[in-house]
Design a protein around this ligand. Structure first.
Ligand SMILES: Cc1cc2nc3c(=O)[nH]c(=O)nc-3n(C[C@H](O)[C@H](O)[C@H](O)COP(=O)(O)O)c2cc1C
Length: 375
């Protein structure tokens, strides 16, 4: 018997009942409670065994291998959702092909002043003003020392959010220390993300200038990291600025992918309803306002740099159609966050269930065949 209807049913229940209740409460409180519940469920093998046949597709057409890592599904959790590493033992059983922890920083940070998270339901977006709230690399990773993961886990690294770091040199040193701590953690994670595009940080250090980016990557290269490093890119930059950054990035062989991309900074973006944006005097926006620009940049990166580096698509994925479009534009893998809040935790299983039909309809026999076919 097919269990796909159970996934669809979970989606109906989430969208029509659970979401309505959750959206009545403070978004950050809801997030914290949900993460605790999910962490608890990840410790119960009976729950995982019950989830697995319902939410995991195991369809070979969805599997792929890049940089020596096997991905059972191309859909993964983007950075920012699991900044305390509570989910690595539950997400694989919900159908996720990989998942990123963090962004983590060298030193802990208690988060920007509230509100740190807001909902814009009509715009299908979240206001994000966390500024890398996290416990620090060491404290976050230590619970996984020597443990195994059942899917590829990534660790996102960024600059500590502090006014004390004002110079490029100090920022680079801080990031290097974060990498060193992760390297010596003894945790068998699969890949790194280097987040150079968080829009809510104190201090004025940025790595968008090619010379600054070059200095950062040269320094990271000296660490001789063996795990693949992906760079989390901004989307609120011009094509020329992105090209200038890409020209630097592709010179470093340890950088295996770029993620396109991070949050939308433009408060006047047409996807944002003005009366929803006005409720927040700060922050940046996820979800729908990221979608088109992410798509454009995936296409640009694939077309101009696709023979030298992989592209990971991220921004405004709410359905299998969104994921499939990103893949055909050039994304080898796809990440999401906001879709989970608006569509429900079964979203990845829904995408996994529907992607094969899209691939087969267009005559592809594997996922990687479809990558970049819509230029
Ligand atoms: C609540 C929240 C926190 C985020 N924090 C981070 C972060 O710490 N590091 C990072 O690289 N991206 C962070 N992001 C950006 C997401 O990883 C992603 O790039 C962006 O939200 C677009 O994807 P989406 O539309 O699927 O949410 C955050 C996003 C959200 C919604």
């Amino acid at each position: 018997m097919s269990i796909k209807p159970l996934v669809s049913f979970s989606g109906v229940v989430y969208r029509n009942a659970i979401k309505k209740v959750l959206f009545k409460f403070d978004p950050e409180d809801v997030h914290v409670r949900m993460m605790r519940a999910a962490e608890f469920m990840g410790k119960l093998s009976i729950v995982k065994q019950a989830f697995r046949p319902v939410f995991c597709s195991n369809n070979p057409i969805l599997s792929s291998e890049y940089f020596g890592i096997r991905f059972r599904s191309p859909i993964g959790l983007a950075a920012g959702f699991d900044y305390e590493a509570k989910l690595p033992h539950i997400l694989p059983d919900l159908g996720f092909g990989f998942g990123t922890v963090g962004t983590l920083t060298n030193l802990p940070y208690e988060g920007n002043t509230k509100p740190r998270l807001g909902r814009l339901p009509g715009s299908k977006s979240l206001m994000v003003n966390k500024g890398f709230k996290n416990l620090g690399v060491e404290a976050t990773l230590k619970k996984y020392k020597g443990k195994k993961f059942s899917y590829p886990v990534g660790v996102s690294i960024g600059k500590t959010n502090t006014e004390a770091i004002v110079e490029q040199r100090e920022a680079v040193r801080d990031i290097l220390e974060a990498f060193q701590k992760a390297e010596s953690s003894g945790v068998p994670f699969a890949y790194y993300e280097l987040n150079i595009s968080c829009p809510n940080l104190k201090g004025n250090v940025e790595f968008y200038e090619p010379a600054h980016l070059d200095e950062l990557l040269r320094s990271v290269a000296t660490l001789g990291i063996q795990r693949p490093v992906w760079i989390k890119m901004p989307i609120s930059k011009s094509n020329e600025e992105i090209r200038a950054m890409m020209d630097v990035i592709v010179r470093f062989s340890f950088i295996k992918a770029v993620i396109l991309g991070n949050l939308q900074r433009d408060r006047n973006h047409p996807a944002l309803l003005p009366h929803e944006v006005e409720k927040f005097d700060r922050g940046n926006f996820s979800g729908m306002p990221c979608k088109d620009r992410s798509d454009e940049l995936i296409r640009l990166a694939y077309r101009e740099y696709g023979t030298r580096i992989k592209v990971v698509g991220c921004g405004g994925v709410f359905s299998a159609e969104d994921a499939y479009r990103k893949i055909r534009l050039g994304a080898s893998l796809v990440q999401l966050v906001t879709g989970l809040i608006f569509e429900g935790p079964q979203l990845v299983a829904e995408i996994n269930n529907n992607l094969p039909q899209h691939l087969q309809k267009d005559g592809f026999t594997s996922l990687s065949e479809a990558v970049g076919t819509l230029q």
